[in-house]
Design a protein around this ligand. Structure first.
Ligand code: XMP
Length: 326
């Protein structure tokens, strides 16, 4: 009989056994897996753990604050935030190709994380306690998918954060290796993590960078963040979060269409809503959202977000469409 309290007690004991008095590093992504893994490790070894959160500027509204304030308040973890927004924006300047964007975001993430890691390792060494362990939020389905290989010194590509450096010689701590997503959520709740993090829907590592069709700029990110926040707010208010696997909101930055507002002509950009229902993201169907909810989202986005004069609904299943547009 599965019981989150038992699993927590068991994992805490295992982590203590593995880690001893060693120091541990964890990259938080803002997602549920890394958040729960870090909270378990913190419960087990307290301040031997230090968490790193890279703000690449491609996050949704409020996500950095949820990690920096709510998560830290709930867990007491020591958190180092790296503000890498400028770095990512410069690296992405002039780039429209989706694969190119992914490569750049993955590469910059690794560099940023490595830099933070080197600084923390140096600091720890000065204190006489090198960092030997790295936490990964690997779930059971990930273990099965990758052939069941055990956690060794080499870090496999981490799909949530775009791949970690191959040559990092850490020993992995993977307290979620035997668990499914809903079990991870139950444990997160039992550990008192903020509901916004525990119930978060999947969000791609490259973030809003792959939800702007066209070049990624600070201005466009702000527009998309505002539109995305409205869509999420209205879907939550309508009680639809359980029905929706995720709902990417996409800015067609390279497209303009004519509109009318007040007594003036507008020439703005469309926002695409992409609500999908799915079991595992391998296949998906578009979610039949109630018309009144769609109407509210559309009205609010066109009224409240500058430059947006049209909202369109993606009614494509996967396949043939993917969930994300890029
Ligand atoms: P697609 O668009 O391939 O997405 O149907 C399937 C699921 O994967 C997520 N996704 C990503 N997650 N890094 C990630 O961590 C990525 O580069 C990435 N691309 C897509 C997507 O949000 C959906 O849940």
């Amino acid at each position: 009989d599965w019981n989150s309290g038992n699993v927590i007690a068991e994992q805490v004991e295992r982590i203590r056994e593995q880690v001893g008095s060693g120091r541990v590093l964890c990259a938080l992504s803002g997602g549920v897996d890394s958040a729960v893994a870090a909270a378990l490790v913190h419960k087990a070894v307290g301040d031997q753990l230090v968490c790193v959160f890279v703000d690449h500027g491609l996050l949704r509204k409020g996500e950095r604050e949820q990690v920096e304030k709510d998560y830290v308040a709930a867990t007491g973890v020591r958190l180092v935030t790296v503000d890498a927004r400028e770095r990512f924006l410069s690296a992405l300047a002039g780039v429209s190709d989706p694969e190119q964007k992914r490569k750049i975001i993955g590469r910059e993430f690794i560099r940023t994380f490595e830099q933070a890691e080197r600084e923390l390792v140096a600091e720890a060494a000065e204190e006489g306690e090198p960092i030997r362990f790295l936490v990964q939020g690997t779930l059971y389905p990930d273990v099965v998918e990758s052939g069941g290989g055990s956690g060794t010194a080499n870090i496999k590509s981490h799909h949530n954060v775009g791949g970690l450096p191959e040559d990092l010689q850490f020993e992995l701590v993977e307290p979620l290796r035997t668990l499914f997503k809903d079990e991870v959520r139950a444990i997160g709740r039992e550990l008192g993590l903020p509901e916004v993090i525990v119930s978060r829907q999947p969000f791609p590592g490259p973030g809003l960078g792959i939800r702007i069709v066209g070049e990624v700029t600070a201005d466009r990110l702000e527009i998309l963040r505002d539109a995305d926040a409205i869509a999420r707010e209205e879907l939550t208010r309508a009680g639809l979060d359980g029905e929706i696997w995720q709902c990417p909101v996409v800015l067609l930055a390279d497209v303009r269409s004519v509109g009318v507002q007040g007594d003036g002509r507008t020439y703005g950009h469309p926002i695409v809503l992409r609500p999908v229902s799915s079991e595992d993201a391998m296949t998906a169907d578009w979610t039949r959202l109630p018309y009144d909810v769609l109407a509210r989202i559309s009205n609010r986005i066109t009224n409240e977000v500058r430059e947006i004069n049209r909202v369109v609904l993606d009614v494509t299943s996967k396949p043939p469409g993917t969930i994300e547009w890029e």
